[in-house]
Design a protein around this ligand. Sequence first.
Ligand code: VIV
Length: 293
Amino acid sequence: MNGPQLSELPDDSEQLAPSVSGLRRGALQASELSAVRTFSDGFLLKFLRARDFDAELSLKLLLNYQRWRRESPEISSCLSPSSVLGLLNTSYHTVLPQRDHTGSRVLLYRIGQWNPKDWSAFQVFRVSLMTSEILCTETQTQRRGVKAIFDLQGWSLGHALQINPSLARKISSVLSDSFPLKVRGIHLVNEPMFFRPVFAMIRPFLPDKIKQRIHMHGADFHDTLGDFFSPHVLPPEYGGEGPGIKKACQDWTNHLLQSERLLQQIAAHPTGDIALAPDESLISVDTEQLSEG
Ligand code: VIV
């Protein structure tokens, strides 16, 4: 059975067991995770599905995810929706209620609603990380991935100044190989000329596969966004027939707020695998214990 077919099986299918134990073995042997003792099946399956059950690529993704979290504590260590409620209440972000025709989740970001005087890029980044952590618990999203629409209307110098090369690197890493979600498309609409220098910081670090999935629609997006998303998916503000942006944003904000405890647990957990108690996974181990497993 090949990877894509394995991806369709449910979490408890016995046919997944060899892949799961293979990834567990690889993760425990990796020197970066030498202090970790346990990984839950569900946690490992996120990485396997994100890489169509390719053993090597799944392990690389898991290690990159751990490294990204470790190197970005200013973003990853505080996942509290209530701490960014003022930003969420501006209708800056939502996950649209309908999946697209391929089953992908569709994320909407309206950059103009973000006032950079009120909210730092780290706080804004945390919103995306919270949404991503919730979405990657959905089996169907693990299989079909996400598509993101960025409305860059209102992009200003104040925004641009917040994106330095180090942050640009972190953006390209989560988009390419540091988060267990398949990025199936990125759609930029209303991007102004002076967004180009910022995009030029992010783009070089993206693999060709992701570059090819980036679409720049400009101000005339009404003519072209519909080639990718059917009307029932998009809000009326973007030429669709789905619920309006304001309602969609309120609904997703409520969903985030309901997930506050879960998100804080993920942020505080040494590996992000909250199926395990933190002390279950972070018992300092020696090689003896490792070879038992
Ligand atoms: O976080 O699958 C300069 C997606 C995104 C994620 C994460 C995952 C993911 C699609 C991003 C998209 C947004 C974590 C797993 C990269 C956070 C971006 C935060 C910054 C501060 C927003 C500033 C505006 C950007 C706009 C353009 C970015 C595109 C070229 C991606």
